[in-house]
Design a binder for this molecule. Structure first.
Ligand SMILES: NC(=O)c1ccc[n+]([C@@H]2O[C@H](COP(=O)([O-])OP(=O)(O)OC[C@H]3O[C@@H](n4cnc5c(N)ncnc54)[C@H](O)[C@@H]3O)[C@@H](O)[C@H]2O)c1
Length: 312
């Protein structure tokens, strides 16, 4: 199962030069009242010397996030995925940029609880525990929607429950951070790929529930979500062919590619912002190189009284 395992080395190197894209934080939506603020004034966590698990970390957004963690002196990143060729190549690239002994690839499926638990066990044995879980693995394939639901939703639930078990202060852990990779499709309809959209709405639900203060106060594990807009990665490859009908596929493709895709590097940067600043249970959109906080309205604010209705 394990392709490459490396021991600790805390040296940090600058990344290979990348195409520059600036991430603009849009504070217009950020509430100013201290109580309701989605961010904390003091830094909640630094990536320095942290141990992270990134599911689906060999490619795309997961890979970019691994780069940002290592660039910011993370101690070790365990990346996972279902393709060992991609995993080996990712380890090679990351070692070339950031030095040896900083990354391990483990081949496995997020739907498999034993595989997932093995990652936390490995982090415990080799590094004394995990600080960060990025629940990032996901697919956009309504054509095989049962598997899509399992990967995109079950994977996030399995990962978060294990994070509570291994990182929770109530279980002898140090607390930490779970970031769920949802999508802007978790916040509005994507009718051409409805099941994908439903799974991403579920990831928002998972974040609001697992990230609630009821859990945070017990576990010390923050749970936040990032919702990327269209990003240039493999997930949207063959998007048309992978949906339930050709017409639905065309509609999904049209909506996804309405605007030019942002670079995964921008999403990696946004993940670093969330890691440092975001309070538990908060949801963040990164779209067109802009980061925004999503205010989830209280249900009383969005419901209208129907006076004609009588219950009996
Ligand atoms: N690219 C976008 O436009 C976009 C927009 C919003 C959200 N997202 C989300 O970002 C996440 C990452 O996708 P990406 O865009 O980087 O594309 P990607 O295809 O490069 O990354 C997905 C990764 O998940 C891995 N994976 C797939 N099935 C898996 C499984 N069963 N177990 C473990 N790993 C598995 C793949 O091997 C791959 O490395 C996904 O959850 C996706 O839904 C992407």
């Amino acid at each position: 199962m394990m392709v490459k395992k490396k021991s600790e080395d805390t040296s940090c190197k600058d990344p290979a030069p990348q195409k520059k894209q600036t991430l603009v934080a849009d504070s217009s939506k950020v509430t100013t009242s201290a109580q309701a603020s989605p961010t904390c004034q003091k830094e909640l966590m630094s990536p320095k010397c942290k141990v992270a698990i990134i599911t689906g970390g060999a490619t795309g957004i997961g890979f970019s996030t691994a780069c940002h963690l290592l660039k910011n002196c993370a101690r070790h990143v365990i990346i996972t995925g279902i393709d060992s060729g991609e995993g080996e190549s990712a380890v090679e690239q990351l070692e070339e940029r950031y030095g040896d002994n900083k990354v391990t690839f483990v081949c496995g499926d997020v739907k498999n609880p034993a595989h997932f638990e093995g990652l936390f066990e490995m982090a415990c044995e080799a590094f004394g525990g995990t600080d960060i879980l990025f629940n990032n693995a996901g697919i956009l394939q309504d054509k095989s929607w049962g598997n899509e639901v399992d990967v995109n939703v079950k994977g996030v639930i399995i990962g978060t429950l294990l994070a509570f078990k291994y990182m929770g202060k109530d279980k002898g852990g140090k607390g930490g951070l779970v970031i769920n990779n949802a999508s802007i499709a978790g916040l509005h309809p994507l009718p051409g790929a409805p099941v994908y959209c439903i799974t991403k709405h579920a990831v928002i639900g998972a974040t609001l529930n697992f990230g609630h203060k009821f859990h945070y106060q017990t576990t010390g594990v923050r749970v936040c979500a990032i919702c990327p807009g269209s990003t240039s990665t493999d997930v949207t490859e063959n998007v048309c062919e992978n949906q339930l009908t050709p017409e639905w596929g065309k509609e999904a493709e049209r909506q996804i590619f309405l605007k030019p895709a942002q670079s995964p590097d921008v999403v990696g940067k946004a993940v670093m912002y969330i890691l440092r600043q975001a309070r538990s249970g908060t949801i963040w959109v990164v779209h067109n190189n802009i980061l925004k906080f999503v205010e989830i309205p209280n249900r009383h604010k969005i419901s209208t009284f129907v006076k004609e209705f009588t219950a009996c």
